[in-house]
Design a protein. Structure first.
Ligand code: CTP
Length: 403
């Protein structure tokens, strides 16, 4: 696809966008307006894209073969990010006095624009007219979002969408509607807390809501995977198109996970209780004169580590979660090695973040290639967005391999 980088402060985010698009296996060819080059250099964009960045309409190197026509047609999609008010105005009017506008005028491919500008410019009647015109012409938009602006003390609608959001929207436009890249892949997912009985009416539990694991199951099923979701007790509807297994304790969960193997991919999002009561009562424990009953705990099986260490039917990709309240990356990287998984999704669950039970998540994806680990830090996203991003990463890593 072709990425047109317009001249706004958000241009620096477009460098990250190139990486995000490449993560999804999308080849990116960059074009920069003259104003964009005030913010980022063609050299950086070209290096990230692995292809020279195009800047000039009258470029001797590419124009001998009508380069702007080739750039406009020899692509599946054009993304304009940041789309400035000026660039949108020119396009709405059909101007073609530089390479970016000439490409936009000459193309017959879908165009996705990610506007970015000062909130007053976005709210201006002229911009509104241009956006409405472009929408009528079939141009798609993502954002802008609301939030803080580059200018001090300014906030409002005008922030460019995050690179991950733009990459997901571009990917969706590139993919035929029915493309289901995980068709034929079996994915096993654990979610939710576990309940460890003290007696028939009492249990030990934790604050996990199951939302993240359920969102991953829904996203993987949408991508065509054959999903088995094994969840502890949660207050959520079963995701559509997923084989659902409800369990209570860690030991039930392990038994169901083992029964569901083999799988191509296993994702352990459950917040499994580390301990259970050594001698859970068969009857309700009564208050007695002898005082408070002692609760001796013993360790539960580690489901993730058990599966990651299986020899013959270990899933090709084993993904764990690391819920930490301190030294997030260091602890999560140690956990990755200790448990023998391939990727770990690390999140900070200290109470101030509101992650446990909340709707948003700040995650860092740690991946292992042999002895090397790589950390990719994602911006704050909803749990659905985290799920989509994780599934996209799975697709770009193993989704294209034959089943
Ligand atoms: N996990 C598991 N079985 C357990 C404990 C954890 O499958 N008995 C999985 C979780 O689903 C998660 C990962 O292991 O994918 C890490 O869970 P976490 O609670 O962060 O780690 P713990 O092993 O409990 O380590 P600690 O509590 O010491 O941080």
């Amino acid at each position: 696809m072709t990425l047109i980088i317009g001249g706004g402060i958000a241009a620096y985010k477009s460098l990250d966008l190139i990486r995000r698009l490449k993560d999804r296996g999308i080849h990116v060819r960059c074009v920069m307006t003259r104003a964009a080059q005030q913010f980022v250099t063609p050299l950086t964009a070209g290096a990230l894209a692995d292809e020279r960045c195009y800047t000039d309409l009258f470029d001797a190197q590419s124009e001998f073969d009508a380069g702007h026509i080739r750039l406009a047609r020899d692509t599946d999609l054009i993304v304009v990010a940041p789309a400035t008010a000026d660039l949108m105005a020119k396009m709405a009017q059909g101007h073609a006095d530089d390479l970016a506008t000439a490409i936009l005028l000459a193309t017959n491919r879908p165009v996705l624009m990610a506007p970015a500008m000062n909130p007053l410019m976005w709210a201006n009647a002229a911009t509104k007219r241009n956006v409405a015109q472009l929408a009528r012409d079939g141009i798609r938009f993502i954002g802008p979002n609301s939030g803080e602006m580059a200018e001090a003390n300014e906030a409002g609608i005008g922030r460019m969408s995050e690179p991950l959001e733009i990459a997901a929207a571009a990917d969706a436009l590139l993919r035929p509607p029915q493309a289901r890249p995980l068709t034929g892949k079996k994915i096993l997912i654990t979610a939710g807390p576990t309940h460890e009985p003290i007696d028939p009416v009492r249990y030990i539990a934790n604050r996990s809501s199951g939302k993240q694991g359920f969102a991953i199951a829904a996203s993987a099923a949408e991508a065509g995977a054959d999903v088995t979701l094994i969840s502890g007790p949660v207050d959520l509807d079963d995701p559509p198109g997923v084989q659902m297994i409800h369990v209570e304790s860690a030991r039930d969960m392990l038994a169901q996970v083992e029964a569901a193997l083999p799988a191509d991919i296993a994702i352990f999002a459950a917040a499994v209780a580390d301990w259970r009561v050594a001698h859970a009562g068969d009857q309700k424990i009564k208050k007695t004169a002898t005082g408070i009953p002692p609760l001796a705990l013993i360790e539960n099986p580690d489901i993730l580590a058990t599966v990651a260490k299986r020899r013959h039917d270990r899933p090709k990709l084993v993904i764990g979660f690391a819920a930490e309240t301190e030294n997030l990356i260091v602890n999560a990287t140690l956990k990755l090695a200790r448990k023998g998984c391939d990727w770990i999704v690390a999140n900070d669950v200290s109470p101030a973040t509101g992650v446990m039970g909340g709707d948003r998540n700040t995650v860092h994806l740690i991946t292992r290639m042999g002895k090397q680990t790589h950390v990719d830090s994602w911006p704050v996203m909803t749990k659905e967005e985290v799920a989509d991003a994780l599934v996209a990463k799975i697709v770009s890593t193993i989704g294209q391999q034959p089943a």
